[in-house]
Design a protein around this ligand. Structure first.
Ligand code: RRO
Length: 304
């Protein structure tokens, strides 16, 4: 028997360390007839804003070597429709529910959190301060430690629920931001959001993505995620949730050795939606073969 459960600090635990990454799984219901979402430790919703958003004009997704670039532009149904239309489904979900929140201002982040924090079926929040694709309310919250501190303090005041903040790799030193989050009360840090990327059609000479620059995800960014996790693990004690190009059980082990307590699967869902089955099988076999009783024992054990 292998124990795949993971405690994320003292506020909550997961039945296994695998979550869905925001933006790749909608609100869980859309995909539930294809994937057994109960197999995940939890799901992270698409970012929610106060009002619904249509997002950026197409083309807003393009395939690249070992990855994809997106510029969705925070398309989402908005907090009211989320509460009306998705709560019944998510209330009956057996894993943990993390709602990802994005705002244009501190006030907007706070307003959304206030509306959601009383809902007993929501286990925690992922605060998106790292969207590369919007002109307001994206990455600027997550690149300046002073702005980040102000936001986290306000959000911490409003909820006792699990509060994780998703950081961008598009910064000089992620350690300073991770330390800021720990100091000002975050329960966890998720990293990394997508990496700035672009692509140009050599015949039309036009960018392959309408907004020209988008966010690169998929296996191409895995080494970037691992490097950032190794750096952050050296300076913080709160759990790190690893995300960025994970496509196999082997990748999950690598992220956990680097310092991640849990991980999120994103882009892999677009080409292998049933990957969770393979990953859980691999994790159990890896633990058995290496005499690991509890998978949590490997967190941060890379000899770096
Ligand atoms: O919606 C998006 O364009 C988007 C978001 Br909110 C994000 O956080 N990361 C990303 O790559 N795309």
């Amino acid at each position: 028997m292998v124990d795949l459960s993971i405690a994320l600090g003292n506020k909550l635990s997961l039945s296994n360390p695998i979550l869905t990454a925001s933006g790749t799984f909608g609100y869980g219901d859309e995909i539930s007839d294809i994937v057994d979402i109960g197999l995940y430790g939890g799901i992270v919703t698409k970012s929610l804003t106060l009002k619904p958003r249509k997002g950026n004009p197409p083309p807003r997704v393009v395939e690249t070597p070992c990855g994809m670039i997106n510029s969705i532009g925070l398309a989402n149904i908005g907090v009211d429709s989320f509460l009306e239309g998705k709560s019944e489904f998510l209330r009956n979900y057996t894993g943990k529910v993390f709602v990802n929140i994005a705002g244009r201002t501190d006030l907007e982040y706070c307003e959304i959190l206030k509306r959601l924090t009383e809902e007993n079926w929501i286990d925690g929040f992922e605060i998106n301060v790292s969207c590369p694709n919007v002109s307001e309310g994206g990455i600027e919250f997550g690149t300046d430690p002073k702005i980040l501190r102000k936001l986290v303090l306000k959000l911490r005041d409003l909820t006792d629920k699990f509060l994780m903040i998703k950081l961008s790799p598009n910064v000089t030193d992620i350690r300073i931001l991770a330390e800021t989050l720990q100091e000002f009360g975050a329960d966890a840090v998720s990293m990394i959001n997508t990496v700035y990327g672009s692509a140009v059609d050599i015949n039309t000479r036009k960018p392959l993505i309408n907004s020209v620059i988008g966010g690169l995800s998929g296996p191409a960014i895995k080494p970037i995620a691992i490097a950032n996790i190794i750096k952050a693990y050296q300076v913080i004690d709160i759990p790190i949730i690893g995300v960025g190009g994970i496509s196999s059980g082997k990748d999950v082990i690598e992220f956990m050795l680097a310092g991640a307590s849990a991980v999120q699967l994103g882009t892999v869902h677009f080409y292998n939606p049933l990957v969770i089955n393979e990953i859980l099988q691999f994790l159990k076999e890896y633990c058995l073969q290496n005499n690991i009783l509890s998978i949590g024992d490997i967190i941060g054990k890379a000899e770096v």
